[in-house]
Design a protein around this ligand. Structure first.
Ligand SMILES: C[S@@+](CC[C@H](N)C(=O)[O-])C[C@H]1O[C@@H](n2cnc3c(N)ncnc32)[C@H](O)[C@@H]1O
Length: 298
């Protein structure tokens, strides 16, 4: 289970890479550079729900984090993700020619030195006890599974003027092609399952938009869509995206099964047909998400 979830997070990397809104990424790069220019010590980044560390790798590859010294704290509720994160970053750094120091984990190139700390903790509980000195708070693919009543608390670790970045927030569409007669029923049951979970919301993106828009003491600078679109290219799926699709279908099987018991006869034929389409590289998958970038007041 752990291995399959971690492989899913690795496979999700290329899907997220295509989806993330580049205008917000450019704004984040500029705002971090300005903040670094105004700050004496190292910039401090806090990522909650960090998984196995793919966001840090991406932000370095895309040159979003400023050169110089930086402290990156990666928090996740699952101890197995926290345990895996240093290995993922070590492997990634070795391929990219960065040197890696252990205890503490330090990623170093000619222009950067990033000290990475991992913490196993629940995000809201961690935020409540944090010191309020972070320059950037990141929560990717997270706000659709967290209690959004706690959004203001999540921002507490930010220093005055600190930035938040909440990309890939699910917002209510799970679509497959070619069309199947059971698609709408599968989507409805799948989303009902998300809604039934504590903190879960199949329309979280819109809810987060309204909350961040109206939040006292913070400014929402930009919002954009970051839809996932997975499709075969030249007869096969890119990277490990066939696995990504199989994992999504397994998740739907569990969720819809839990919601309907044996009362939804079309589920089995729908799943078989979708799995055959993945094997034949014929399935297209599309979900709707939103990215958010903003800051707390100075
Ligand atoms: C969908 S995954 C996204 C992981 C990573 N941000 C990414 O985009 O690849 C959600 C992650 O948040 C973690 N998580 C879920 N609920 C959490 C909570 N309340 N506090 C901290 N981490 C949480 C999960 O263990 C998982 O690693």
């Amino acid at each position: 289970m752990t291995e399959s979830f971690q492989r899913y997070l690795r496979a999700k990397r290329t899907v997220d890479d295509r989806a993330l809104d580049r205008r917000l990424i450019d704004m984040l790069r500029e705002q971090l550079a300005a903040r670094a220019a105004d700050t004496d010590g190292p910039l401090r980044v806090l990522e909650i729900g960090a998984g196995i560390g793919t966001m840090l790798a991406r932000l370095l590859e895309w040159d979003v984090l400023p050169a110089g010294e930086l402290r990156y704290t990666a928090v996740d509720i699952r101890s197995e993700n926290v345990a895996r994160l240093p290995d993922y970053l070590r492997d990634w750094a070795a391929q990219g020619g960065l040197s890696v120091g252990d205890s503490p984990l330090v990623l170093e190139s000619e222009t950067r030195r990033i000290r990475v700390e991992t913490v196993q903790a629940e995000a809201v509980a961690y935020a409540e006890s944090a010191d309020g000195e972070s320059d950037l708070l990141i929560g990717a693919a997270l706000l659709d599974i967290l209690d959004r009543e706690q959004l203001a608390t999540l921002l507490e670790p930010l220093a005055p003027g600190g930035l938040y970045y909440f990309p890939i927030t699910f917002d209510g569409a799970t679509r497959f092609q070619p069309a199947h007669p059971a698609d709408r029923a599968v989507e409805r049951h799948y989303h009902d399952h998300m809604d039934a979970k504590r903190g879960g919301d199949s329309r979280a993106g819109g809810d987060v938009l309204a909350r961040l828009h109206g939040l006292d003491g913070a400014t929402l600078a930009a919002v954009a869509g970051s839809d996932w679109v997975v499709r075969p290219v030249d007869g096969s799926y890119p990277a490990d995206e066939a696995y990504f699709l199989r994992h999504i279908l397994d998740t739907i099987e569990d969720a819809v099964g839990e919601m309907t018991g044996s009362g939804f006869e079309e589920l089995d034929t729908w799943l078989s047909s979708r799995r055959e389409q993945v094997a034949a590289a014929e399935l297209l998958y599309h979900t709707h998400q939103l990215d958010f970038l903003g800051s707390v007041d100075s």
